[in-house]
Design a protein. Structure first.
Lengths: 515, 247
């Protein structure tokens, strides 16, 4: 008998609950209904504090006009994770900032702090509380020390959309519409300016976001004679091919890089096709059978006891270059300087890219992405120096000392010239970058070669902002040529030699018969 | 450690290298998807906290989950490309007794298998793929589509809620979670027991790893395939080797 009473009661309670839910829901603004919001002022957001010399704003003395209120009307923290909380929190801001007369005086000029719903912009910030971003303004005195915070919700984006130097640029500098930017000499970050060159305040009340991808937006900074230390041209982001030496995205990037990658990949396929011309385990004709039988043989070898002997070859002969060491210590030293340093730069860049992909806010990933970070700047310069030393040694051996057994072919010259020029222009470009971007000595000194060069360059009064894009393009095109050339020229030994070592080991070729 | 003996006369090839490769990829990515996914959904449990901290925090674990999901879907795409290759280059057939397409014989086999289990008949004569293997295959191939769609919805809620109502994200979340439990339950209980806990294979069914199966097992477990491959007197042609027909 009891259950029969409980069921209707439960149903009634459920309907009541649904009714309450519907009622509360209809009060909350929905994205679709936002246009016809009866009180548009309610969703406005407080203007940001001008960035320079934040002085406490005198709140209007005319509080007598405002309605009577209880202490907790202000001294509470609305739950801004709900739409109701956002409206409640913004209502306080709008008491002043919805008023067209809301302004402040900077250097004798009036700057509007009036924020209209139209200027607030659409999705996604329309329904975000003012104090979500302006986290430190709801206090007395009414001022901000930190400015609007983006990264409590958004994570920093990677190399794909912006180069690593943009890690020193505030989000607002690109993503807001204001065109006036400045370099803050206290923390060496590029920020939106509160006042322009003449000391007049800049109107920052327009909260709409800029089209950050458009080139016009980039020209805020990337133009001749800018004050923030940006190169005078807009340079493309790094491509996947740059990951051999620099942290980079896995995108193709600029069409020239895409072409270089495609040529490189095509070269690998042509090589594989050439290898498969011969017969595989007796199969002469069918390519499908050749690949099938070859794959079967590789599979059976890898998943067998030979795996450990392959691991030994991989470590001793390939990673540590034991066979070259047995031939000649000088040759081993030269080769290791170049090869180990490139391998280390590749490993570090790969680590940075992967770590960043998983967690963009990870401090280690950000440190490895940032060229100006102490560790990153130092280690990449040091490894670059190793490569350069190796190349110089090669040049001396091949063209000055000329030992009898060393035969220099055209392919050798091309390989040496490509890597050498790549490193030299890399260092020059780095030096000019440090000169242009006005990195402070305590940061720049870690990139010891780049910093030394930047000091040299700053002796000249050339317009380095215009020079840098040329250097960047020379370095990038050399890099593209290097990657495209990999499977064709001398560099092919990077794949051929380890493979030969492994095959010799697996098929038990005796030392005397090795090639 | 995989089988290391020279090619036994007693073993024939059942899976090509490509399919062994895909299986290993699916195996690894599925395991990591389950570990990261459940660690994030059951975040109030102690073990979940441990796993997430080992992976470098919730954001990182979520990134890892998405990476494995992309890897998993890459396997699905590779398989579909292979199906095209099988049809066009190898001139294979998508339908027929050697393929994954279910047919009336499967229903017969299910009934026959139950009769056999209760001691009332002979074991069913499976073809290249038994009905259990077909269920495994279709569960993964179709399940990956719904897991992929619901996962994408949760990966990019802003983009999708511009087109779909907001509650679609919540529905996707529910679907994704419950289907994950279903998938892990199915793999853990049915797939594992049906492959490894058979007297012939115990403790480990190795044929998907080394691609080989003993002749007597092929004869006993897939008599239909055995008959087609070895019983006819006509020599089999290279490209129509059913070992390639694991569609």
């Amino acid at each position: 008998m009891k259950t029969k009473v409980i069921v209707p009661a439960a149903l009634g309670a459920a309907f009541l609950l649904m009714g309450v839910l519907l009622l509360t829901k209809s009060e909350a603004p929905s994205p679709a209904g936002a246009v016809s919001q009866p009180e548009p002022a309610v969703v406005a957001v407080a203007a940001p504090e001008p960035m320079e010399a934040p002085a406490p704003v005198e709140l209007p003395a005319s509080t007598a006009e405002k309605p009577e209120r209880a202490c907790l009307d202000c001294h509470r923290y609305a739950n801004i994770n709900t739409n109701e909380g956002v409206l409640a929190a913004n209502g306080m801001c709008n008491e002043c900032h919805a008023d067209p007369a809301c302004d402040r005086t900077i250097n004798g000029h009036k700057a509007s702090l009036h924020v209209t719903p139209e200027e607030l912009g659409k999705y996604p910030h329309e329904f975000v509380a003012c104090v979500q971003c302006h986290a430190d303004v709801a206090r007395s005195p009414h001022q901000s020390d930190a400015g609007a915070q983006c990264r409590t919700c958004h994570s920093v984006h990677g190399e794909k959309t912006a180069h690593a130097p943009h890690l020193r640029v505030d989000c607002q500098a690109c993503h807001r519409r204001s065109e006036v930017v400045r370099l803050d000499k206290t923390d060496y970050r590029v920020k939106l300016a509160g006042v322009d060159a003449d000391g007049k305040p800049v109107d920052l009340s327009d909260h709409r976001l800029a089209e950050a991808d458009s080139e016009d937006n980039c020209r805020k900074c990337h133009q001749a004679d800018n004050v923030v230390g940006a190169p005078a041209a807009i340079l493309p982001a790094k491509s996947a091919l740059c990951i051999l030496c620099h942290p980079a995205s896995l995108a193709f990037g600029h069409p020239i890089f895409a072409l270089a990658i495609l040529i490189g990949v095509a070269g690998v396929f042509l090589t594989l096709r050439f290898w498969l011309q011969g017969s595989v385990e007796g199969e002469e004709r069918s390519m499908h059978r050749k690949i099938d039988l070859g794959a079967e043989a590789v599979w059976r070898t890898v998943f067998s006891r030979k795996f450990f002997s392959m691991l030994r070859v991989l470590f001793l002969d390939i990673l540590l270059q034991r066979r070259i060491l047995k031939e000649s210590v000088a040759r081993w030293s030269v080769h290791s300087l170049i090869y180990t340093a490139i391998l280390a730069r590749f490993a570090l860049s790969l680590l940075a890219g992967i770590r960043f992909w998983f967690d963009p806010e990870n401090p280690m990933a950000l440190a490895l992405m940032d060229k100006n970070h102490g560790f990153t700047g130092f280690i990449y310069d040091l490894l670059g120096l190793f490569i350069l030393a190796g190349i110089v040694w090669v040049v001396i051996r091949r063209y000055v000392v000329k030992p009898e057994h060393v035969v220099t072919e055209i392919a050798d010259n091309v390989a040496v010239a490509l890597i050498g020029l790549l490193v030299v222009f890399g260092f020059i470009a780095e030096g000019v970058r440090i000169t242009v971007s006005q990195i402070p000595p305590e940061l720049g000194i870690h990139s010891f070669i780049g910093y030394f060069l930047s000091q040299l360059f700053s002796l000249s009064d050339w317009n380095w902002q215009r020079v840098y894009p040329w250097l960047w393009w020379i370095h990038a095109l050399l890099g593209a040529a290097f990657v495209a050339y990999l499977p064709f020229g001398k560099m092919r030994h990077m794949f051929n030699t380890p493979l030969t070592y492994l095959i010799e080991d697996v098929s038990g070729v005796k030392r005397e018969k090795r090639v | 450690m995989m089988e290391n003996s020279p090619i036994e006369n007693d073993a024939v090839r059942r899976f090509s290298v490509f399919h062994r490769f895909l299986h290993i990829f699916v195996m690894i990515s599925f395991t990591f998807l389950a570990v990261t996914g459940f660690s994030l959904s059951f975040s109030d449990q102690g073990w979940a906290g441990l796993v997430v901290s080992l992976l470098g925090g919730a954001e990182s674990a979520a990134g890892f989950h998405r990476f494995c999901a992309a890897l998993f879907y890459l396997v699905v795409v590779s398989h579909l490309i292979w199906l095209g290759y099988f049809k066009v280059v190898l001139k294979g057939r998508w339908t027929g007794s050697h393929t994954m397409i279910p047919n009336a014989t499967d229903w017969e086999n299910i009934l026959q298998n139950f009769r056999y289990i209760f001691g009332k008949g002979e074991p069913p004569l499976f073809n290249r793929f038994s009905y259990l293997e077909k269920i495994d295959y279709w569960a993964v191939l179709l399940g990956m589509q719904s897991m992929g769609v619901t996962g994408l919805l949760m990966w990019h809620p802003e983009a999708f809620s511009a087109v779909l109502p907001g509650y679609a994200i919540n529905i996707a979340n529910e679907f994704h979670f419950h289907e994950a439990i279903l998938a892990v339950g199915y793999i853990g209980v049915v797939h594992m027991t049906a492959t490894h806990l058979t007297p012939e294979a115990f403790p480990l069914e190795k044929s998907i790893f080394n691609g080989r199966i003993a002749r007597r097992r092929l004869k006993a477990e897939h008599p239909g395939e055995w008959k087609d491959r070895y019983a006819p007197t006509a020599p089999s042609e290279g490209t129509t080797d059913p070992a390639d027909a694991a569609s």
